[in-house]
Ligand binder design. Structure first.
Ligand code: PMP
Length: 354
């Protein structure tokens, strides 16, 4: 029998991220990381970082870093919040804004961390089924809600919604906070940052992990009205004042200031994505029209779990979700052209053999 004290331990089912294999020479297309290194300006910033300064706490307000982000978006520093990856920013936002007795709502197929935070923070929630085409219907979010959270583009579907959709969502949800998770937006989605001036209850969360190749640095941020950002700051300062470390701020500032490199690498990923999408379709796959750095694909004649497992034996890691509605799909992160050529070669090999 367990000891009585174990009864008081919080029992949760954690989020499971894409596998980080220790194997060498694998082609890693399973965690939506960027295949390109960060900007050379980041290398320089980290190399020249004054380590002696690490004896001091970082600037708790992350003032200079927030200013750099604000400059990029032509907004004010007071409209920016920074955290330790957008998971950290989202978790804090759930705690800060979702305190109603009414359930918060999000799509049934979406980022699987949302229900995990709801369980952890005891936030009631309900899900709205995506349409048969995997699109989100704004009319499903009309009822009174305790809050709304939607990734745009959505993950793992890769599909994005436009300005009209967001405006509708905001019209329906005037009495709660609406969070739009824009982790993948830079790869071709519509960004609602421009709408944060119009809607005081709209919060956008973003990350340096995808389009800025800094997943290992753990930097995320939120953009919203001064009121929302001040509330986030207050909760953060009741929990951990120094979320973003000094090296991360130096690297993040260098990355956001290098627009040219950002545009170049994002374009490369998009170009490769479009090529791979066409190739997969030629091979008989159905592939959704992605606005992200990954593809969601299925094949009518093949078992996607078997395909995923075959690729793994060939050292090509993609993602398979054993979940209702999406268990006949795989999610493929876009790698370099060379990596994707190997992926396509192994895919052809699989189709010929099974
Ligand atoms: N939102 C979505 C939709 C994601 O897929 C991810 C990446 N797993 C995140 C947020 C979090 O990214 P990060 O914590 O690296 O910023």
């Amino acid at each position: 029998m367990d000891n009585l004290w174990t009864e008081n331990i919080r029992k949760v089912e954690p989020y499971v991220p894409g596998e980080q294999s220790k194997e060498k020479d694998i082609i890693k297309l399973n965690a939506n990381e960027n295949p390109y290194p960060p900007s050379p300006k980041v290398f320089e910033a980290v190399k020249n970082f004054d380590c002696a300064g690490l004896k001091l706490y970082p600037d708790a307000d992350a003032g200079k870093f927030k200013e750099a982000i604000a400059r990029f978006y032509h907004i004010k520093k007071e409209n920016v919040f920074v955290g330790n990856g957008s998971d950290d920013v989202l978790a804090l936002s759930f705690q800060t804004f979702f305190n109603s007795e009414k359930p918060i709502v999000f799509p049934d197929i979406t980022y699987s961390f949302y229900p995990v935070w709801c369980e952890l923070f005891k936030i009631p929630y309900k899900t709205c089924p995506l349409g048969g085409d995997f699109r989100i219907n704004a009319d499903d979010y009309k009822e009174e809600n305790g809050g709304v959270v939607i990734p745009n583009p959505n993950a793992p579907t890769s599909l994005g919604e436009g300005k009209g959709f967001i405006e509708k969502l905001m019209e329906y949800n005037k009495d709660c906070v609406v969070i739009i998770d824009e982790a993948y937006v830079d790869f071709g989605g519509y960004s609602s940052v421009e709408l944060t001036e119009k809607y005081e209850n709209l919060l956008i969360t973003c990350t340096f992990s995808k389009s800025r190749s800094l997943a290992g640095m753990r930097i995320g941020y939120a953009i919203g009205s001064e009121k929302l950002i001040a509330s986030l700051e207050a909760v953060k300062n009741s929990y951990n004042s120094y979320t973003v470390n000094s090296i991360a701020m130096a690297a993040g500032t260098a990355a956001i200031n290098d627009k040219e490199y950002f545009n170049k690498t994002v374009s490369k990923v998009i170009k490769t994505r479009e090529r791979v999408k066409k190739e997969l379709r030629k091979l008989g796959f159905e592939v959704l029209d992605s606005q992200t750095n990954f593809l969601m694909a299925t094949h009518r004649e093949k078992d996607m779990k078997e395909y995923f497992e075959y690729l793994k034996t060939q050292k090509v890691f993609i993602r398979y979700f054993n979940k209702p509605r999406i268990n006949s799909y795989v999610r493929i992160t876009i790698g370099t052209d060379k990596e994707m050529d190997i992926f396509l070669e192994k895919t052809k090999e699989y189709l010929g053999r099974f």
